[in-house]
Design a protein around this ligand. Structure first.
Ligand SMILES: C[S@@+](CC[C@H](N)C(=O)[O-])C[C@H]1O[C@@H](n2cnc3c(N)ncnc32)[C@H](O)[C@@H]1O
Length: 268
């Protein structure tokens, strides 16, 4: 197993209430996603990573969900005209289906939430695959891209390891696990300056909101191998955690809950 290092310069750990201070005042993503849908007047929603259905449950428009292991035990249909569930990995989904065929006519994607496999190369592929169905007004959200502590950003999800191996409570250092999807934010900042990236302070680890997508853009496809090689071991470099947080200007979700404010922020 690779040795995972934590830079000594890392910022202070989560505040005592479990939220890293910058996220304390924010609105949770489960509440903020429906606000984005309203602001965009979304007719179509696509989700990678559904689990119990908590995120899709708050959405009212037609929805397509992908997860290799659904755990839904609640009414997730609500007021939606339809909901399609694909029990498979997102890579398999994109290999087998054309998303535009599954969306209400004219097959345009209005809102997407990417919250599947939390290893960065998977999320990067998810974004590349989804962007093919986006236009400049599509809103694409990425979850968990600003970990509250370097421990949370390890590739290995120690919450599960602890639960499986012992009956002890979850290791506090393993709380708020995000995986290393933060690298996707850095890669997009580096390779796709044309995207409009807004990072909301939704606890516990932000909501990255992307607009100005371009379905014809192939920069990431061309740069994928290089980007993955360059960022693979980036968490072994001292200072990565501070650099990540310094690269972002967090936007208050609570101060921007009105549709008009959201539209202005996202350039819609
Ligand atoms: C954090 S949960 C999603 C939570 C949900 N979006 C919410 O906000 O309540 C992540 C989900 O991603 C799913 N997942 C794991 N690997 C995946 C993959 N390769 N493709 C799609 N989904 C995946 C897992 O089965 C899990 O249900």
């Amino acid at each position: 197993m690779p040795i995972e290092t934590v830079p000594p310069s890392a910022r202070p750990p989560a505040a005592s209430d479990g939220f890293f201070a910058p996220f304390r005042g924010g609105v949770r993503h489960l509440r903020f996603l429906p606000l984005l849908a309203t602001a965009r007047e979304a007719q179509s929603y696509f989700e990678i990573g559904t689990s119990k259905g908590n995120s899709v449950a708050g959405i009212d428009c037609a929805a397509v969900c992908v997860d290799p292991s659904f755990r839904v035990e609640q009414n997730v249909i609500g007021r939606k005209p339809y909901l399609l569930a694909f029990q498979m990995t997102s890579d398999d989904f994109f290999a087998q289906y054309r998303l535009s065929d599954l969306l209400p006519k004219p097959g345009r994607l209005d809102l997407a939430f990417l919250d599947g496999m939390h290893h960065f190369e998977f999320l990067l592929r998810d974004f590349m695959n989804v962007e093919k169905y986006c236009d400049e007004r599509t809103i694409v959200c990425l979850h968990d891209c600003l970990p509250i502590h370097p421990h949370a950003a390890r590739r290995l999800d120690r919450r599960k390891a602890v639960r499986q191996e012992t009956t002890r409570p979850v290791d506090p250092e393993a709380r708020g696990w995000t995986g290393d999807v933060w690298k996707v934010l850095r890669i997009l900042q580096q390779y796709r300056p044309d995207l409009r990236i807004t990072v909301f302070d939704c606890p516990p680890s932000s909501l990255v909101v992307i607009t100005q997508c371009d379905a014809s853009n192939r920069v990431l496809e061309g740069a994928f191998d290089e980007a993955v090689a360059r960022w693979d071991k980036a968490d072994e470099r001292p200072g990565w955690f501070d650099d990540l947080h310094d690269s972002v200007r967090l936007v208050s979700s609570r101060a921007n809950m009105e549709p008009k404010a959201i539209r202005a922020l996202l350039g819609l």
